[in-house]
Design a protein around this ligand. Structure first.
Ligand SMILES: Cc1cc2nc3c(=O)[nH]c(=O)nc-3n(C[C@H](O)[C@H](O)[C@H](O)COP(=O)(O)OP(=O)(O)OC[C@H]3O[C@@H](n4cnc5c(N)ncnc54)[C@H](O)[C@@H]3O)c2cc1C
Length: 384
């Protein structure tokens, strides 16, 4: 067991930071749709998209742990860059890479890695949040097409993306075994999306509407019996979003550490006060522990193929809580400055706050951990 990063991993992290400083920073300041698309293309040129996607499909071909380290480093520089690195590496492309046909892999993975296209994940519905398998959106194969009816909500990045990997029902049994996935182009007839709802971190979350939406049958990714398969790949997506939380926690810790050595009160630096020192020590302990749990899940995945569900949930629960606390302490160390939007910490806090909700809430992950350690199937469904 070796807890140290290799020289190569350290170089990768430094190269990502250097690419941000040298090239990406001006692009990352423009959050408009065109700005994000331009940033995506520049990141592709820098080899910062499709980090763990196969090299023969235009990806960088990194192992999962190295991918997460780069996502964390980029996210610490800029949440926009970290988000793009994540979504194009362990995001929707993971399911296409694992289960897509040769044509789908060639078209979508290559397009994602070159920065030309972006793909969202559409799973949550108004009546199916934590109870994801209660989804109702239905896909029916009619001739050479799939006809889709239903709706989704809280879907990220739809305005800057071109497709959504849509989780939907192919059968009518009402069981999880009906669930499959279709790749829906955002210009498909019968597809519409809302203007977006602004969340705490000033990001947009979209509703998707499917009204006899028609896409070619060749866009089917999995036509049923697929929920378990989709979720096992989704655990890699979760580790990507966990790494983004680590990036924000790291950036907040480093900012507060530096500030505490500049700001003077009572004629001395505030880091001289034990109250501040203990907060800094707590932040560092939590950051190290959060990183180690995440790296363990990634290292196991490298050995076994996909991330292990228990290790992923353990990392998720710890990191989501630790990141909130680290960002909160960082705000405290900056006093009123930390609470204003002139400084970056309020945004970092707002952003990591979402980590307790997306990708399965904290409570759902604790349910999954309990089921594993008790070795019981603990159904959450009320019996009639
Ligand atoms: C920033 C952000 C980005 C997102 N991006 C996407 C996206 O790209 N695509 C997508 O499909 N979705 C996305 N989501 C939606 C996300 O997946 C859902 O919000 C999440 O699954 C929870 O569903 P819900 O919000 O409906 O909460 P609910 O399921 O209504 O839960 C409400 C509360 O009840 C608790 N609860 C529910 N069931 C149980 C239980 N059995 N045991 C204990 N507690 C329980 C929950 O933990 C929570 O505290 C995003 C959400 C956020 C915040």
């Amino acid at each position: 067991m070796d807890f140290a990063l290799t020289d190569r991993q350290r170089e990768l992290v430094e190269a990502a930071r250097e690419a941000y400083r040298r090239v990406l920073e001006p692009y990352a300041a423009d959050g408009s749709v065109e700005g994000v698309r331009a940033l995506r293309r520049v990141m592709a040129e820098q080899g910062l998209l499709g980090l763990n996607m196969p090299a023969e499909l235009g990806g960088v071909g990194l192992p999962l742990l190295d991918t997460l380290l780069v996502i964390q480093a980029l996210h610490a520089c800029s949440p926009l860059c970290g988000g793009l690195a994540h979504r194009t590496s362990t995001g929707a492309c993971g399911a296409i890479e694992a289960y897509g046909t040769a044509e789908q892999r060639e078209k979508y993975i290559r397009g994602i890695c070159s920065g030309e296209i972006g793909i969202s994940i559409g799973m949550t519905e108004p009546e199916a949040g934590s109870a994801a398998t209660a989804m109702r959106t239905r896909a029916e194969i009619v001739g050479d097409e799939v006809v889709i009816n239903g709706s989704k909500q809280f879907v990220s990045a739809v305005n800057v993306n071109d497709y959504t990997v849509l989780y939907c029902r192919f059968g009518t049994t009402g069981r999880a075994s009906d669930i499959g996935a279709v790749i829906v182009p955002h210009d498909a007839p019968g597809f519409q999306h809302s203007k977006g709802t602004v969340n705490m971190a000033d990001e947009l979350l979209f509703e998707l509407y499917f009204d006899d939406c028609r896409v070619p049958k060749s866009n089917i990714l999995l036509d049923g019996n697929a929920f378990g398969k989709l979720i096992s790949v989704y655990n890699a997506e979760r580790l990507g979003s966990i790494s983004r939380m680590l990036g924000s926690a790291q950036a907040s810790y480093e900012y507060a550490l530096d500030y505490s050595q500049q700001r003077r009160q009572f004629n001395r630096e505030i880091c001289d006060f034990q109250g501040i020192q203990w907060m800094l020590a707590d932040m560092r302990v939590k950051l190290d522990a959060a990183q180690l749990l995440t790296y363990r899940a990634a290292a196991t995945a490298q050995a076994t193929g996909l991330p292990e569900a228990l290790e992923t949930s353990i990392a998720k629960v710890f990191v989501a809580k630790a990141a909130k606390e680290i960002c909160d302490d960082a705000i405290q160390i900056l006093g009123a400055n930390g609470y204003t939007k002139e400084y970056p910490l309020a945004h970092r806090y707002a952003e990591v706050r979402g980590g307790s909700i997306y990708g399965g809430t904290m409570q759902i992950h604790k349910n999954m951990i309990a089921a594993r350690i008790l070795d019981r199937k603990i159904s959450q469904w009320k019996k009639d």
